[in-house]
Design a binder for this molecule. Structure first.
Ligand code: 5GP
Ligand code: ZN
Length: 132
C-alpha cells in the first residue's frame, strides 16, 4: 500500500522516533508549525477511528497517554492538546489513523483550539439528531 505512515512504521521512510512498541509508533511531525508537534499512529494501517478496531484503539490511546505523561513529567511541559481528524471532511490529509500531540507550556500563546465561528442551528435540533 502506498501510505506514508505505513512506510514510516516499517522503516522504509525515516522519522524522528519519540516512542515505539510492538503495535504503535510516535514520531515528530515535519510540519514545523508548532514546537513539539508529535504524531502517534498504530503500526497497522487503519484509515482513521471509523475503521480502527477497539484493541488497536486502546493500544494507541495508552501510547498517547504514556507520551503525554512523559512530556509533562520529564520534558518541562505543563499539558498537551490532542488533535485528530477523521475523514477528508474533517480535514484529515494523511489517510492513516493518527493522533496529534501538542505539548503545551503555560503562557506559550499557542492557539491549539479551533475557533469554530459560532453555531448556526438551535442546540435542541442538533441534539435530536445526535443522541444515541
Ligand atoms: P492530518 O492533516 O491528516 O491530521 O495530519 C497529517 C500530518 O502528517 C500533518 O501534520 C503533516 O505535517 C504530517 N506529515 C505528512 N507527511 C509526513 C511525513 O512524511 N513525515 C512526518 N513525520 N509527518 C508527516
Ligand atoms: Zn498506512
Amino acid at each position: 500500500m502506498d501510505c506514508i505512515f505505513c512506510k514510516i512504521a516499517s522503516g522504509e521512510l525515516p522519522a524522528k522516533k519519540v516512542y515505539e512498541d510492538a503495535h504503535t509508533l510516535v514520531f515528530m511531525d515535519i510540519a514545523g508549525d508548532v514546537d513539539g508537534h508529535i504524531l502517534a499512529i498504530p503500526k497497522r494501517h487503519f484509515e482513521n477511528i471509523l475503521d480502527c478496531d477497539g484493541e488497536t484503539l486502546d493500544r494507541l490511546m495508552r501510547t498517547v497517554k504514556l507520551v503525554a505523561e512523559h512530556c509533562v513529567k520529564n520534558c518541562g511541559y505543563d499539558g498537551v492538546n490532542l488533535l485528530n481528524a477523521n475523514g477528508t471532511s474533517a480535514g484529515q490529509s494523511v489517510p492513516h489513523f493518527h493522533i496529534h500531540i501538542i505539548p503545551r507550556k503555560s503562557g506559550d500563546a499557542v492557539t491549539a483550539w479551533p475557533n469554530f465561528g459560532g453555531a448556526k442551528k438551535d442546540i435542541d435540533e442538533v441534539w435530536q439528531t445526535l443522541k444515541l
